[in-house]
Design a protein around this ligand. Structure first.
Ligand code: MN
Length: 227
């Protein structure tokens, strides 16, 4: 029996690497060595975007493209990936240069999120797309659960109002800023004021209602910290 510390991580992942060098590379920050994880991160980013998009379209049959896009952005945001990396305790396995280590690089959200992306790619290269998909579904099970089936179906104005209501905060105020017509195409700009935000936000659309929805979506993103 080996006592490779990476055994623990492979147990947590539920995947034993046929090529352990891939795993080590995924965990190597560019400050440590020339053979680092940035190229894996690049492909991992695309794989995650694809696999999360795939599961969202399967689960939310009624959601619009905009709702699916927002849900995906939430699930694969740097913050979300860093928290998944923290659950796997990836920081303990990272190889960093001395400077990065001293400055606490193993706890930095951007480094953790990047290593997580690289790890997803390493599993793909090691065992193929089906294994990678199964891993992503398992790691994202909870975040997907938290999205709630209805959540992605509701429009931004409704979600904003519910978000504020559930925190006993004032209702948002919408105000038409401008309406312009150019060659028969109308463009509306609406400002949305939310007491909980330091400044008002605005949105544009081909109808006043669409502009309000766009402004509400911006306000929600700011409030939820995914701007
Ligand atoms: Mn990245």
């Amino acid at each position: 029996m080996t006592t490779d510390p990476l055994d623990l991580l492979q147990l947590r992942l539920g995947h034993r690497f046929g090529d352990p060098a891939l795993l080590r590379r995924a965990l190597t920050h560019r400050s440590a060595r020339r053979q680092h994880n940035e190229r894996l991160e690049f492909l991992g980013d695309a794989l995650l975007g694809f696999l999360v998009a795939e599961v969202l379209t399967q689960r939310f049959g009624q959601a619009t493209e905009g709702e699916l896009t927002r849900s995906r952005a939430r699930l694969v945001s740097g913050e979300a990936l860093a928290s998944l990396a923290t659950e796997l305790r990836l920081g303990e396995f990272l190889e960093l240069g001395a400077g990065e280590r001293k400055s606490g690089g193993q706890r930095r959200a951007s480094i953790l999120a990047d290593a997580f992306e690289a790890l997803i790619c390493a599993v793909y290269l090691d065992a193929g797309l089906d294994t990678c998909r199964a891993l992503v579904l398992r790691l994202f099970a909870e975040p997907l659960e938290r999205l709630q089936p209805g959540e992605a179906l509701k429009d931004p104005k409704t979600r904003l109002q519910e978000w504020l209501q559930s925190r006993a905060l004032e209702r948002p105020k919408y105000q038409l800023r401008s309406e312009r017509e150019h060659g028969g195409v109308w463009q509306f700009e609406v400002e949305c004021q939310v007491a909980a935000l330091p400044e008002s936000v605005s949105g544009c659309g081909g109808t006043r209602r669409a502009a309000e929805q766009a402004a509400a979506a911006v306000a929600l993103e700011r409030l939820q910290g995914h701007a």
